[in-house]
Design a binder for this molecule. Structure first.
Ligand SMILES: [Zn+2]
Length: 187
């Protein structure tokens, strides 16, 4: 990436940051599948956490590459409630960012548990934002699809950078995500 492109991105990022900061706070209009699909893309916290899941999965490789994101989407779909939802989501952005930045390798049972716990919080928050029951199912499907796409984007970026021997860019992305977590914690 050239320096000017990088700068343009960081300026854009800085401008968008405040307005997109919260996916988990209800946003006016609600409408089934499309809303579910668009919703995660409009929230910095969700985008950051989901990209981090994909990046981390790509770093660990092997079976984890599929099992970790699938665990997230599967557990999120359960919609089981946990207390401290907002804090849990901020923690998920922070910790997942750190795990990627430091390229931490965990056995699958442990990485699955970490991601599964975060998925409970995200599932609870997004479940609570669901529109009226009639379109709830479509909303949930759209949301899961968008989440899985963000995972896939993270995996694709992670694998691409590994192939180009730019692993450090993945670490930097993780550090950026962790910084988002810090921003969300103080915002
Ligand atoms: Zn989320």
């Amino acid at each position: 990436m050239s320096q000017s492109t990088l700068m343009r991105w960081s300026v854009m990022f800085g401008l968008l940051l405040p307005s997109f900061a919260y996916a988990h706070v209800g946003i006016g209009e609600h409408g089934g599948f499309l809303h579910g699909l668009m919703h995660p893309a409009s929230g910095l916290d969700h985008v950051c956490a989901m990209l981090a899941v994909g990046l981390w999965a790509a770093q660990m490789g092997g079976r984890s590459m599929w099992a970790v994101p699938l665990t997230f989407v599967g557990v999120m779909a359960l919609g089981i409630g946990l207390p401290f939802v907002e804090q849990g989501i901020v923690l998920s952005v922070l910790l997942l960012g750190v795990l990627v930045a430091a390229s931490v390798r965990l056995p699958l049972w442990l990485s699955g548990s970490v991601v599964g716990l975060f998925a409970l919080w995200h599932g609870h928050a997004h479940g609570a934002e669901m529109p009226e029951p009639a379109s709830g199912m479509a909303y949930a499907l759209g949301f899961m699809l968008a989440t899985a796409s963000l995972h896939a984007a993270g995996i694709a970026f992670g694998l691409g950078m590994q192939r180009l021997s730019h692993k450090r860019l993945v670490h930097a992305a993780g550090a950026g995500i962790a910084l988002c977590g810090v921003y969300l914690a103080v915002a």
